[in-house]
Write a protein that binds this ligand. Structure first.
Ligand code: AMP
Ligand code: ZN
Length: 494
């Protein structure tokens, strides 16, 4: 059954730049396609932000009662080092550097990706198709684009003809880039290029002599262009027109604009009703990215094994940190921000645990629980406004704490409603791991470690170095590494 709240859901559509009412194209069925990872290295925390944000969207749509088919691909061929169809294929390059098969690279990093997203308690997509598993479909799409007249073949490669397309349609709808600006900004082609114009993009690339991943095609041996897989696979599993297409904001151009052009060339459809883009996770104010060596891996955060971190942080805390910003805002990662999130998450969970222990009676509550519940849903319905939802949750926790000290009253019925709503929002929608007991345990182990550090600091100031060294060494034996600073010590779990 579809929830009453569903009718008020609004999503920000990158295509129109506006928040629009969300109603599925096909009754209660929602089709959502999200561009997945290029599996040539470990996903960093920035990648995870995007997948956590779409997990939240998936979870909320399911929670509202929709049947959701969520398709998220694996890019295992065709993503070249540069967006302008230059450079080596990312997977092939890694295979060459590690001296292993490309499919070993793909297997290794797909496993890592799945393990990481599992730790972050995200729900796997309904279908996770890979580019190499859909070469036939991609060749079919190229034939259709050639038939429509918007592509040309040259020396065993096939390119999308942007200028021709732009005569009758509009290229760059999503990013808002004008073709004239693109023409002015782009470098002119060198003599070796088979493209008619620098903006044209590859649908099929001829495999050069040393290229290790290639397939037979009507145009000779080669491999598909990066933008094509998402068009072919979304059409195969969701049809020519589906509800939501998502990805990080860095994919708007050229990837998503190229997807729209390909789709319009094939069947005249912009493939998705809603285009949704998550903003970037930054580190030191710069986009988190492997290519500029500015990244942190999720496991480093879970183990505290990175020089910017004073300690480890759980996957729940990482998610809480991510939800404290709206998915369309830039979010900067730092040790201080994670420490603050940890504090906030613990407070939230302690408040939740407290509800079931509260006294209750038949008198009126001093808090309008029904109004509060509808406020929580209205925040989620407002384009998944998690920071505002968290503010509502804390508003209620304040009341809960007051009930706990007998300063406010809670009636039996409202108490049940609070438990149900918190359960739904915390675990079904926000997708925190239900390890409340564990979080209590980790609370107390944090406190114990802090107590030992305090005793050790006293020993150090009394010049009892035997005791202070013993505490340091014994903590290390159980995986707690102390880091002595001038007047304090921090620790991390190793
Ligand atoms: P890739 O594996 O590079 O294709 O990226 C996978 C997904 O992560 C894409 O949707 C990207 O837009 C997204 N992404 C990459 N870097 C970041 C970042 N720093 N913050 C948020 N999302 C990102
Ligand atoms: Zn894509």
């Amino acid at each position: 059954m579809i929830s009453n709240y569903a009718k008020d859901l609004k999503l920000h559509n990158s295509l129109t730049g506006k928040k629009e009412k969300f109603l599925p194209i096909d009754k209660n069925n929602v089709g959502m396609y999200v561009c997945g990872p290029t599996v040539y290295n470990n996903a960093h925390l920035g990648n995870c932000r995007t997948f956590i944000s779409f997990d939240l969207i998936y979870r909320y749509l399911i929670h509202l009662g929709y049947n959701v088919r969520y398709v998220r691909n694996l890019t295992d061929v065709g993503h070249l080092e540069n967006d302008d169809d230059n450079g080596e294929d990312k997977v092939s390059k890694k295979a060459r550097l590690e001296n292993i098969e490309p499919m070993e690279v793909v297997q290794k990093y797909t496993l890592d990706f799945h393990n990481t997203l599992k730790k972050l308690n995200t729900i796997p997509p309904s279908i996770e198709p890979s580019a190499t598993g859909h070469i036939i479909e991609q060749i079919e799409s190229i034939k259709q684009i050639l038939e429509s007249g918007f592509a040309y073949e040259k020396n065993g490669s096939v390119y999308f003809d942007i200028l021709k397309f732009n005569k009758s349609k509009t290229y760059g709808k999503l990013s808002g880039r004008k073709i004239e600006e693109m023409l002015n900004q782009s470098r002119s082609l060198d003599g070796s290029s088979d493209k008619k114009n620098p903006q044209d993009f590859a649908l099929w690339k001829k495999a050069e002599k040393n290229h290790i991943m290639f397939w037979d095609s009507p145009w000779g041996k080669g491999f598909p262009g990066w933008h094509l897989e998402c068009t072919s696979m979304s059409k195969k599993y969701l049809g020519n027109y589906f509800d939501i297409h998502g990805g990080g904001i860095d994919l708007k151009f050229p990837h998503h604009d190229c997807e729209i052009a390909q789709s319009e060339a094939i069947d005249g459809n912009n493939p998705a009703k809603f285009w949704m883009h998550t903003n970037m996770l930054t580190l030191n104010g710069k986009k988190m990215s492997k290519s500029i060596e500015n990244f942190i891996l999720p496991n480093e955060v879970f183990n505290g094994n990175n020089e910017i971190l004073s300690k480890s942080f759980s996957p729940n805390v990482v998610k809480f940190f991510i939800y404290q910003a709206h998915y369309r805002s830039v979010l900067d990662l730092s040790n201080d921000a994670l420490l603050a999130s940890e504090k906030g998450f613990k407070k939230l969970m302690s408040g939740f645990v407290l509800i079931s222990q509260l006294d209750h009676n038949d008198k009126a509550s001093d808090f309008d629980v029904d109004v509060w519940i509808s406020k929580c849903y209205s925040k989620m319905n407002d384009d998944f406004n998690t920071p505002m939802l968290i503010a509502e949750l804390f508003d209620c926790i304040k009341f809960i704490n007051n009930v706990n000290i007998n300063a406010k009253n809670l009636n039996t019925n409202d108490k049940e409603k609070l438990i149900t709503t918190f359960n739904n929002l915390l675990f079904n929608v926000l997708g925190f791991n239900e390890e409340v007991e564990d979080s209590k345990k980790s609370n107390s182990s944090d406190e114990l470690i802090s107590l030992l550090i305090k005793i050790r600091n006293q020993a150090r100031s009394n010049k009892d170095f035997k005791l202070s060294d013993q505490i340091r060494d014994d903590l290390l034996k159980i995986g707690v590494q102390l880091n002595d600073e001038q007047n304090s010590s921090s620790y991390k779990l190793i």
